[in-house]
Each structure stands twice: as structure tokens, then as C-alpha cells.
Design a protein around this ligand. Structure first.
Ligand SMILES: Cc1ncc(COP(=O)(O)O)c(C=O)c1O
Length: 350
């Protein structure tokens, strides 16, 4: 769809040829605003690319992502949207495809991102396909096996910063400004790609009472909330499911803000669930606004609860999922029974 970009804070407007995902005036996040008033509609085929008419306009190269399965779980009314069959074993591939396509369309030869691991693996994977170099910044405590996966893609240059993910994010922004690399990561184009999880899942089940999603930087959560709102406005769904974000007990800045009614502030993180070890979520304030509007919620789970769930999941389905990936099902056990519930298993890189 035709679109422009707009600053979520100061409202500054940029046309789609603007090659940066952060506002030039106030350094805040930009959002994709579609100029066409196209209604959402289920497509014949249920795949990532079958929903491309709802993506930002771009001359897309259609590499593979998404089209993942829903498992009908043993528990009554529970459906598992399993993202580990994406090419780099996490849902990140959906957003990366949009971002790297935009980078290629704008003619970039290098992209840069900060990551807790999965995003950079995904970015490095697709940028290689486009012949684009990837520069990656990770925090000091990043998962070393994920670092190997990133380097293993062949064309990625990885730097560990002396700090956490939020410090790595600053390093990536500085690098993009200094070297002119295309800034990728938890920004607006990625959010558009992540929406396809909801389109695909709802395509399969058609109605749901609740959807549970792990939260790190809250890009997936914000995208899911926007997707559901769009589907409701288009009359594609009758009722809005309760959207529930799940943070680790040791990394819960969104939970703190949501429950206290105060803005999101940076918190220290301490969790083994590295994929969701984020102390200051980029899309935190946006997610809280939408959670309030759509009557969603935030819950936390402990590392022990995620570990137990990881074991159960392995035993039951013979599928390897990472701790942050199963945070959704771990949360399901602690929540009231909402009825038909989709839990997204976001990744499987351990
Ligand atoms: C497996 C997994 N689950 C969940 C998340 C959280 O997604 P978001 O950062 O969009 O909140 C991530 C982010 O890296 C992840 O890799």
C-alpha cells in the first residue's frame, strides 16, 4: 500500500523515499501510515506473501518467511503458533524481509542493527541474499551460540559493546549516522512484517478470545495490537481478542509501567531468556497506549516457569524452543481461562 512515515512524538511527516526509521527533528520513532483506506481481508492462501498487499509499497524480492503452522494443543482451546520453522528459526524473519527489501530498494550496500541475537541472525541471513553487508552490535551478555549463528551466515561483522541491549542499540544508531549504513532493527518496517503472525494465525482459527505473545522490545506486541485493530476496523473479526504480552520476571519494564500508569523507564535486566532480556523497550509507550485502548494486559513469568515449559514442549512436540519463545505458554498456565487462546512460540535458537 502507498504510505508515508510520521513521527510518533512530534508528528513530523516524511514521504516514503525518506531512508531513515527515526525522526530527523526529535530522534523519536517513525510509524508507517498508509495513504490508502484498504480494508483487511483474508486471502485464499495463508502465507506471509499472500498478505503482501497490506505491506508498505516496495519492489519486493519474495524470499521465504512465515507460513508457519498452528498446532492444536492437548489443552482445551489452546492453539500454538510455532515460529521456529522460519528460515532462521524465529519470527524475526518476517520483519527482516520488509526491512532488507527497503534497504535494497534504497540502494544500500550495508545495514546495521543491534540485537539480542535472533534479529541479527535473521538480518544477516537475508542481507546476504541481497548482497548487502550486515554490521551487528550485541550486548556483553549476548548468547554466544547465537553469535556463532550470526557470524556463520558469512557476511556479518559483529561487535560486542560494553553494556546491555539498549547500549548496543545506541551503538547501532551512531554507526548508521557515521557510516551511512541503513539502520535496521526494532523500527517501523519490522513492525509491519510482524503483523503477519496475527493475519496467519487468525486465518487459521478465524476467532480467538486471547492471544499471548512474548515481549522484549515490544515491536511484536505493538504490531500485533495494530494488526488486530486493523482487522476489527475492517470487520474481518467480530470481537477483539485479549492481547497479552509476557515479559520475563527479570526484565519487566513494560509490566512496571503498565501496572503503575507511569511512562516506561529503563530497568536493569537479569534473565536467562536472552531473547527477551530488554530493559527499555523501543515500542513500550506505543504498546501501552494500544493495550489500554484494546483492553489487553501484561504478565510476567519466571525463568523457572519458562524452563519447565521448554522441557514440556520438547517432550510433547519434539520441537526445540528457546526460553523467551515459550514465555507465552508459560504465561497461559498462570492466566484465567479465556477460552480459545493462541500462544505464539516465537523462536527456537538455544
Ligand atoms: C524468540 C523471541 N521471542 C520474543 C522476542 C521479543 O520480540 P520483541 O522484541 O518484538 O518484543 C524476541 C526478540 O528478540 C525473540 O527473539
Amino acid at each position: 500500500m502507498k504510505y508515508h512515515l510520521q513521527c510518533m512524538k512530534c508528528g513530523e511527516r516524511y514521504d516514503s523515499s525518506f531512508k531513515y526509521q527515526i525522526c530527523k527533528k526529535c530522534d523519536s520513532l517513525l510509524n508507517v501510515i498508509y495513504d490508502e483506506k484498504k480494508k483487511f481481508g483474508y486471502q485464499k492462501e495463508n502465507s506471509f506473501w499472500s498478505y503482501s498487499e497490506f505491506f508498505p509499497d516496495c519492489n519486493y524480492k519474495r524470499f521465504k518467511a512465515g507460513g508457519t503452522n498452528i498446532i492444536i494443543a492437548d489443552e482445551d482451546g489452546l492453539y500454538l503458533k510455532v515460529e521456529v520453522t522460519n528460515p532462521t528459526r524465529s519470527f524475526k524473519d518476517r520483519g527482516s524481509l520488509i526491512e532488507i527489501n527497503k534497504a535494497a530498494e534504497y540502494g544500500y550496500k550495508e545495514v546495521v542493527c543491534a540485537s539480542t541475537g535472533n534479529m541479527a541472525y535473521s538480518i544477516a541471513h537475508y542481507s546476504k541474499m541481497f548482497g548487502i553487508r550486515a554490521k551487528v552490535f550485541v550486548g556483553k551478555k549476548a548468547n554466544k551460540d547465537k553469535e556463532k549463528l550470526i557470524i556463520g551466515t558469512g557476511d556479518a561483522d559483529l561487535t560486542e559493546v560494553n553494556g546491555d541491549f539498549t547500549d548496543a542499540q545506541k551503538a547501532a544508531i551512531d554507526y548508521s549516522k557515521e557510516k551511512g549504513a541503513f539502520l535496521t532493527g526494532d523500527y517501523c518496517y519490522r513492525k509491519e512484517g510482524q503483523k503477519t503472525i496475527i493475519y496467519e494465525a487468525m486465518h487459521d482459527v478465524r476467532s480467538a478470545d486471547a492471544i499471548i505473545l512474548p515481549v522484549g522490545n515490544a515491536t511484536l506486541l505493538a504490531g500485533a495490537l495494530e494488526a488486530i485493530k486493523y482487522m476489527k476496523q475492517s470487520n474481518a473479526i467480530k470481537e477483539v481478542p485479549k492481547i497479552i504480552g509476557v515479559e520475563a520476571e527479570g526484565a519487566k519494564p513494560l509490566y512496571t509501567a503498565f501496572k503503575s500508569g507511569k511512562p516506561v523507564v529503563r530497568e536493569k535486566v537479569d534473565t536467562e531468556a536472552d531473547a527477551i532480556a530488554v530493559g527499555f523497550p523501543t515500542f513500550g509507550d506505543e504498546s501501552i497506549k494500544l493495550l489500554k485502548e484494546l483492553k489487553g494486559d501484561i504478565i510476567t513469568v519466571t525463568d523457572k516457569e519458562m524452563e519447565e515449559e521448554q522441557g514440556k514442549f520438547r517432550k510433547m512436540y519434539k520441537i526445540e524452543a528457546e526460553l523467551g519463545g515459550v514465555a507465552s505458554v508459560a504465561a497461559y498456565r498462570k492466566l484465567p481461562q479465556y477460552g480459545k487462546t493462541i500462544a505464539v512460540i516465537t523462536g527456537g535458537n538455544i
